[in-house]
Design a protein around this ligand. Structure first.
Ligand code: PLP
Length: 453
């Protein structure tokens, strides 16, 4: 510890030793994980404790939308810590009110009230609770190939293997297939066909489950960790229409897709759709302090005008989190970060990745928008056999581990999941940094091509 600091400043070896002894890590076999000690970060980069620099193509867990260590967001947290570091949720204060006002201002339609949480899972838990109480119904339709968080209810809503160990989980979840033309559950061959069949599947499901039992349909507006699945034109509008027809609450999970990631404040804006509830976290303040929440329509908020909402969290509307959200949203506006993400997708990331696909046979599909892209890797473009099997681990996952390893050695921190590598950098990344990262990916993809049949 230095004389003027209250905080430790350990070398890499000490961090590794203390971490191994005392930190219990998420989603990991504790004996197998060796976390990389990180010393600092700035903009689109972070540095490990040995001085190696990495270009962050993962935005950590796709949350650092505004880039690392944005000076205004850091300063706002420091200023707020000096003013008032904590406050119970029942009180009002300036940053809490202003954060809610700004979030309502950038949200679509009449979504004007914000319930603050500490992250995305809690936001989804509370959105479902609101929908159930609002409708007096209990079922929730949730998609396969989705992720909604790791708490008891949110993991039950999740439609990927992360939920398996927590099953049977929350009662009342009914699973449906969302659109994903490349691996269509409906054997569709065009986006229009996929859209029409996905909506008709949802309509059939509502009929057989009983419309009067269904409280909500939850969906990731653009599916994130399950492959950056951009919905076909008309799909979200169709879901909105089904919800209106049957009195079902539409919950858009924008935890990953919101706050600039898709080149819009919220991904739903791209299709002009106004859900009843939007859940958010990550990009709202780039995770500088844990924060999430539910943005609530006037109609649903009115349900709780004379009737208490039976939910709460000690740290709901935490002052440090709200201060960072205020500074972050203002900086996003001032620096046109939403517009930058849209331009990056259209002019830089999309074209560069499509050019990669011409050179690498293992790239089966390129898809995305804004600063939210995926390369889906295959062993064979004709059969679309994935480069590694669904839910691959251990020896099965080696080709993807080789790809990730080659990126890291060359100074690029990738985001890989199953047979995909996602290109999800900060929305503030420069064009040159994007090109630098894609040049590294270009070389690393030879590892994937080596497994092409
Ligand atoms: N919803 C989506 C779409 C997510 O991507 C995530 C996290 O990645 C969550 C919810 C859960 O958020 P948190 O980890 O903050 O609980």
């Amino acid at each position: 510890m230095s004389n003027d600091s209250l905080l430790p400043s350990y070398d890499a070896e000490t961090i590794r030793r203390l971490d191994k002894a005392h930190v219990f890590h998420s989603w990991s076999a504790q004996g197998q994980i060796t976390p990389l000690p990180i010393a600092r970060a700035e903009g689109s980069h972070f540095w490990d404790a040995d001085g190696n620099r990495y270009l962050d193509f993962s935005s950590q867990l796709v949350n650092v939308n505004i880039g690392h260590q944005h000076p205004k967001v850091v300063a706002a947290i420091q200023e707020q810590a000096g003013r008032l570091a904590t406050l119970a949720p029942g009180f009002g204060n300036d940053v809490r009110a202003e954060a809610a006002r700004l979030i309502a201002e950038v949200a679509p339609g009449d979504l004007n009230k914000v319930f603050f949480t500490n992250g995305g899972a809690e936001a989804n838990e509370n959105a479902v609770r609101m929908a159930r109480l609002h409708t007096g119904r209990h079922k929730v339709l949730a998609a396969y190939r989705s992720y909604h968080g790791a708490t008891a209810g949110a993991i039950a809503l999740t439609g990927d293997p992360r939920r398996w160990a927590s099953e049977p989980g929350m009662p009342g979840v009914v699973r449906y297939w969302g659109p994903y033309l490349y691996r269509s559950a409906f054997h569709a061959t065009t986006e229009a066909e996929e859209c029409e069949r996905a909506l008709s599947h949802l309509r059939d499901l509502i009929a057989v489950e009983g419309p009067g039992t269904i409280a909500a349909i939850i969906l990731e507006t653009v599916v994130g960790t399950n492959g950056i699945l951009v919905p076909p034109e008309g799909y979200l509008q169709g879901v909105r229409a089904l919800c209106d027809e049957f009195g079902i609450v539409m919950i858009a999970d924008e935890v990953m897709a919101g706050f600039a990631r898709c080149g819009e404040w919220f991904a739903v804006d791209r299709w002009g759709v106004v859900p009843d509830l939007i859940t958010f976290a990550k990009g709202v303040n780039s995770g500088y302090v844990p924060l999430g929440g539910v943005i609530i329509s006037e109609e649903i908020a009115a349900t709780f005008a004379d009737r208490p909402f039976p939910g709460g969290l000690t740290y709901s509307g935490h002052p440090l989190a709200c201060a960072s959200a205020v500074a972050s949203i203002n900086a996003m506006r001032d620096e046109k970060i939403v517009e930058n993400a849209r331009r990056l997708g259209e002019d830089v990331i999309g074209p560069e990745l499509r050019a990669l696909a011409e050179r690498h046979p293992s790239i089966g599909e390129v898809r995305g928008l804004g600063a939210f892209w995926a390369l889906e890797l295959v062993r064979d473009r004709e059969t679309r056999e994935p480069l590694v099997p669904y839910n691959a681990s251990g020896a099965d996952a080696v080709p993807m581990a080789e790809l990730a390893g080659a990126c890291k050695v060359a100074g690029l921190w990738p985001f890989t999941h199953f047979n995909r590598t996602h290109v999800v950098p900060p929305c503030t990344i420069s064009d040159d940094e994007v090109r630098e990262g894609i040049a590294i990916l270009d070389l690393a993809l030879e590892k994937a091509d080596a497994h092409y049949t």
